[in-house]
Design a protein around this ligand. Sequence first.
Ligand SMILES: NC(=O)c1ccc[n+]([C@@H]2O[C@H](COP(=O)([O-])OP(=O)(O)OC[C@H]3O[C@@H](n4cnc5c(N)ncnc54)[C@H](OP(=O)(O)O)[C@@H]3O)[C@@H](O)[C@H]2O)c1
Length: 289
Amino acid sequence: MSMIAPGLEPCYQNEAWVALIAKNAGCISIEAQNYGLIREGAGNAVLRAIPVPQLRDDYILVRTLAIALNPTDWTTPDAVGDDGTLVGCDYAGIMEEVGKAVKKPFKKGERIARFGHRGNDANPENGAFARYIAIKGNLQIHIPDSVSFEAACTVGVGVTTTGVCTLLCAQIAAAACGEGQDPHGSTATETITSQFAKLLGLKVVTTCSPKHFRLIKELGADLIYDYMRRSLHDTKVGEKTRAATDGKLKNVFDTVNVETSTAICADTIGPDSGVYCDLLGLDCPRLDI
Ligand SMILES: NC(=O)c1ccc[n+]([C@@H]2O[C@H](COP(=O)([O-])OP(=O)(O)OC[C@H]3O[C@@H](n4cnc5c(N)ncnc54)[C@H](OP(=O)(O)O)[C@@H]3O)[C@@H](O)[C@H]2O)c1
């Protein structure tokens, strides 16, 4: 049985979701009202009463208890896309049901975390910012007993993104016999990247504000530079890092992704060229990279 909370209307803007729910009417065992943050027009997301999602064979159904924010959670609703999609990626919660094709040993009642695919026009209910969510089963992880729901929900997108990019950079570094990597800034992404890079044996050269020097040093950075000068970008910081690494630094991971950070990354790489890896698809200003 489901109830609509006072003041909330069910979200039926997305035809695909309406069709899905109609097709599976009567199949949902959880007798609870679901609520989710639903995209409704460009730049807008609204808390709505929504159906509990259908459990597909390779999915799990989770009752969320904590969520974490990523920049994509507010940039995706601003971008082109359908209305009616569920917003949000990172979550932690309790397993409610396990699809029959899920290979991981998950059981009802277990603590579970990682991420969903927000703003998914093909599968509008695939996001994470809802009370009950349907998530691709084999991609999720158990939460260790010593980790809180609040802490567990912060690892999904960040660790996956930086894990893939750092490994990619490390492989390229190994192939090119390079030694360095330059995760840029004290962003959430960089704080994870530095730790991965150190575990991979890379030398880490990075930039951030002086107030974050200590934190970034503790996380393993070998060289840290302030990228700001009297509230303006320090246009020389790329040259400084290149000089400090004798022009040998080959691999740069831009964990900020704005024009100025891209420029610093390009300046940092030595004259023998290298690899610029970023998160949002910005072009590197140096054509030889
Ligand atoms: N978070 C994720 O899981 C994730 C996943 C995929 C992609 N991304 C992308 O990665 C980028 C960073 O996201 P985030 O969540 O990691 O960032 P964040 O934690 O919000 O980063 C905040 C920090 O960025 C630094 N910063 C801001 N502007 C800067 C600039 N112009 N140059 C250098 N540093 C600057 C500042 O460091 P100081 O205070 O030290 O100055 C600030 O404290 C975004 O483009 C995002 O879309 C993020």
